[in-house]
Structure formats: structure tokens, C-alpha cells
Write a protein that binds this ligand. Structure first.
Ligand SMILES: *Cc1c(COP(=O)(O)O)cnc(C)c1O
Length: 371
């Protein structure tokens, strides 16, 4: 991790204390309130729970510190993504989405943007730059893409999109701000499903929008206040707590993923292994330029649906679950969710278990299916 990322991590736990009065609680108080004390005509104070909440502000402060940007929190990753679409797009606009990214983003565009007269097109992540961006008002990328872990050049895409007058939105869920900071490469907006590694404990859905463009932040904030898709204060409080350990968890998860990927490469049951940290992976050279870490997701193929199911279900240290980024290592056969992958395609999300124990469990389960 770079020196600046380390100092961001070090400062994170002490952001609140800069404004402390004597006797203030060190951890974040939880404000469960729909109404606030508002006599007279004073403005600039909390008025009503759909507009603002001190616990949201605290979590947005920490996220903003990590993104170097203003952040707006949402009750889920899709809440954040839909806010960007509905706040920034209008009838007649053209939008480009990744063909190989998170399926719900595409499905939402297809079902709910199209009927408003917004044209939605897709392109695969590895060849996203091919064809240029003329006529697109918004280009949305996910890098690494989920579940195949292909990547695209954020700086090159941002430059080409801007030349055509569009904006670039990056879904940074798989990396977190400790792994990659798309705004530094010219992206206009970052969206994230903090449901995943940012919260990290698999007990909350949450999301955020980050931008250094004040106009975009105003529109997205206004959308939230009017549409009413607001985060619960308790969920915000839990995510704030998760953020305090994000750097430790992410560091462990990425280091372990590196070790596990190197060893999977040698295992006879595994084919089609993808991990951006592997020398020779199609994503590797670009990953070294734009990613601080190589992430905690690994994907590979086993010989059949049955073998993939057996590998996942018989491994003592893998939870069979959709989603990723939690403290528990988890895996899923992605064809189950409709991704265009082989029946034996497995996405593995490395958790926080000690790595040698984790590897022994993975190896044992792989040995059993290749017996
Ligand atoms: C999970 C996920 C989302 C959606 O997040 P929710 O919190 O489930 O709404 C969006 N993008 C990516 C890449 C995801 O993995």
C-alpha cells in the first residue's frame, strides 16, 4: 500500500476526535431520529430524517476521507447506482454498461431506464475502449469486473469519455477505496456496494456515491431526499464500525488471496484461474498501474457443476453463499445466478481466516474432487 494510503488508514480512526468537546464519547453515538428540535426559522440544522442524519454524516465523513471526495450514503449498492442513474440521466440519453458486470445494474437499466427513453448498450470490460464513446452521456464500468475479474484502463476510458462530453461512473465494489481510487484516474463518480468488504461482516446492506463534482453531489443528494431511498441510522452506524477495521481486513484478505491464487495455479483440478495479482493474468500489467492491491476475489473453473458444488460444500472453511467481501471465506458457482460462465465456474471470496489453515481446507476439498 502506498504511503498516502497508509496515512489515510492511520487518520481514519481519529477523524471524529478533531471536533471533540470534553466528555464526548470516543465511539460514534447512534442517532435514531425522524424529527429534531427546530423552533423558529433557523436553517442549516437537522430538520427531518429523510433529509439528513448525524450518523449518516459520520459514515459519509469517513468514506469521504478515503475517497478524497464528497460522499452520499444509500441503503444498498443498487440504491447508490440507481440514484446516479435517475438523478443524472434524462430522456434521449445514451448509456454504456459493462456486458460482464454486476447483473442487477444491467437489468435495472433494461427494465427501468429504457421505458424513459434512455438508450442502454453494453460492451465487454476487456475491450471497453474499442469503438469510442461518441454520443454516450454516461459510461459505467466495473473494474475488476465481477465475476470474471477482467479490467479496463480507467484513465484511458475517462479521457476518451470526457473528450466526447460524457461522464464516467466506476463501480468500485470489488476493490474498496483501499484497493483502487478511480476518481484519481479521472472518473467523475464512484459507486460502491458497501454491503461487501466495506462493511465486511455480512450483516448489513449499504452503498455510497462519491464525487469531486459538487453539482453531481447536489443532484444525487436531492434525489435521495425526494425519492426517499435513505439508509437507516443503525445500518450507517454498523458500516461506520466496519470502516474502522477495513484496512486490517482488506490487507489480510488481499495477502491471503495472493497466496491462495499462487497455489491454486499448481492444483490439477483447477483451470481458467483468474486473479489480477498473478503474473501472466490478462489483467496483471494494467492492475499494477491502477490498483493499490490485487483484491480478494479469485475465479476459476472446475470440471463440472457437480465438482464445483462438491468443492464448495465440502470445504470446512468456505461458506456457500452469494455476495463476497466478508470476514468468512465464501464461494459461489456463478452460473447459478445467471452469469455467462461455465457450469463449474467458481468465484471465491477470500476472508480473514489465517491463510495456512484456509489453504489446507481448500486443498483438502480440491483433492477430494480430483481423487
Ligand atoms: C453487490 C453488488 C452491487 C449491489 O449491491 P447491493 O448492496 O446488493 O444492492 C453492485 N455492484 C457490485 C459490483 C456488486 O458486487
Amino acid at each position: 500500500m502506498s504511503e498516502t494510503a497508509k496515512s489515510r488508514a492511520a487518520e481514519l480512526s481519529h477523524l471524529r476526535s478533531r471536533d471533540f468537546a470534553n466528555g464526548d464519547p470516543i465511539p460514534l453515538p447512534l442517532t435514531m431520529a425522524s424529527i429534531f428540535h427546530t423552533p423558529g426559522v433557523e436553517s442549516g440544522i437537522d430538520q427531518y430524517g429523510r433529509y439528513d442524519n448525524p450518523t449518516w454524516r459520520a459514515v459519509e465523513h469517513v468514506l469521504g476521507h478515503l475517497e478524497d471526495a464528497q460522499c452520499v450514503s444509500f441503503p444498498s449498492g443498487m440504491g447508490a447506482i440507481s440514484a446516479v442513474f435517475f438523478a443524472l440521466l434524462k430522456s434521449g440519453d445514451r448509456v454504456l454498461l459493462p456486458a460482464d458486470g454486476y447483473h442487477a445494474t444491467r437489468a435495472m437499466a433494461e427494465r427501468f431506464l429504457k421505458p424513459f427513453g434512455i438508450v442502454c448498450e453494453t460492451r465487454p470490460t476487456p475491450t471497453l475502449l474499442d469503438g469510442g464513446f461518441e454520443g454516450y452521456s454516461l459510461v459505467f464500468v466495473e473494474t475488476p469486473s465481477n465475476p470474471r475479474l477482467d479490467i479496463c484502463d480507467i484513465a484511458a476510458v475517462a479521457k476518451a469519455v470526457h473528450e466526447q462530453g460524457g461522464i464516467l461512473v466506476v463501480d468500485n465494489t470489488t476493490m474498496t477505496p483501499f484497493g483502487q481510487r478511480p476518481l484519481d484516474f479521472g472518473a467523475d463518480v464512484v459507486v460502491s456496494a458497501d454491503t461487501k468488504a466495506v462493511n465486511g461482516h455480512s450483516d448489513v446492506l449499504f452503498g455510497h456515491v462519491a464525487s469531486r463534482n459538487a453539482d453531481i453531489i447536489t443532484k444525487v443528494t436531492d434525489w435521495r431526499a425526494m425519492a426517499g431511498g435513505i439508509p437507516g441510522p443503525f445500518e450507517a452506524w454498523l458500516v461506520h464500525r466496519g470502516l474502522e477495521t477495513l484496512e486490517v481486513r482488506f490487507d489480510r484478505m488481499c495477502s491471503s488471496a495472493d497466496t491462495v491464487a499462487q497455489r491454486l495455479k499448481e492444483h490439477r483440478a483447477v483451470t481458467g484461474l483468474r486473479f489480477p495479482g498473478l503474473n501472466g493474468d490478462p489483467s496483471h500489467n494494467l492492475a499494477r498501474v491502477q490498483m493499490e492491491r490485487f483484491g480478494f476475489l479469485i475465479s476459476f473453473e472446475l470440471a463440472s457443476e457437480q465438482k464445483a458444488e462438491d468443492f464448495i460444500n465440502n470445504c470446512q472453511l468456505i461458506e456457500a453463499a452469494t455476495s463476497f467481501g466478508g470476514v468468512h471465506t465464501s464461494a459461489e458457482r456463478r452460473m447459478k445466478r445467471g452469469d455467462a460462465v461455465a457450469p463449474g465456474f467458481v468465484r471465491l471470496s477470500i476472508g480473514c481466516e489465517p491463510v495456512e489453515e484456509l489453504w489446507r481446507a481448500i486443498e483438502k476439498s480440491l483433492d477430494k474432487i480430483s481423487g
